[in-house]
Design a protein around this ligand. Structure first.
Ligand SMILES: [Zn+2]
Length: 149
């Protein structure tokens, strides 16, 4: 059983859920993202994300039209990641498609860019064996140092 904190962007309030590992994440539709998938390798008892990120997932998953393998999403800052400050620590990023060949990953990456559902998609040179997309906050939020690049 995981405790899941969801920032509801519409109401500006935090919501708390308790879900089993095989249950769908809060706000997920059609069980396309389970708690276990969102957790990835994280050992954390508490997970967090925001409602907007879950809705972006729903929209992108519907557009893609097939199951998406999720290698990693949530991470605590001591659990690794591909940056000193990563959007994975904010619970708004996904590393997916580790099971695809490079052509299919290119297709997913391009679809993610074209969809407009994600704020940032890592270029292939930085993510050769997976696809990273996230719903980072632009004007404010965490972590601001990401925007100094
Ligand atoms: Zn990533």
């Amino acid at each position: 059983m995981a405790k899941i904190l969801i920032y509801n962007n519409g109401t500006d309030r935090m919501e708390t859920y308790y879900k089993g590992e095989q249950e769908a994440m809060p706000y997920n539709v059609n069980r396309t993202l389970t708690v276990n998938e969102f957790r990835g390798s994280s050992k954390s008892q508490i997970l967090w994300t925001d409602k907007r990120t879950m809705q972006s997932w729903n929209n992108f998953r519907a557009l893609y039209g097939a199951p998406i393998f999720v290698g990693f999403a949530f991470k605590r800052c001591w659990e690794g990641g591909h940056g000193i400050l990563s959007q994975h620590y904010a619970g708004v990023a996904f590393d997916v498609g580790q099971n695809l060949n490079s052509q299919k990953r290119d297709y997913m990456r391009n679809l993610a860019r074209a969809s407009g559902y994600w704020r940032y998609i890592e270029p292939e040179v930085d993510t050769p064996r997976w696809v990273h997309f996230d719903d980072r906050w632009i004007a404010s939020g965490y972590p601001l140092t990401q925007f100094r690049k």
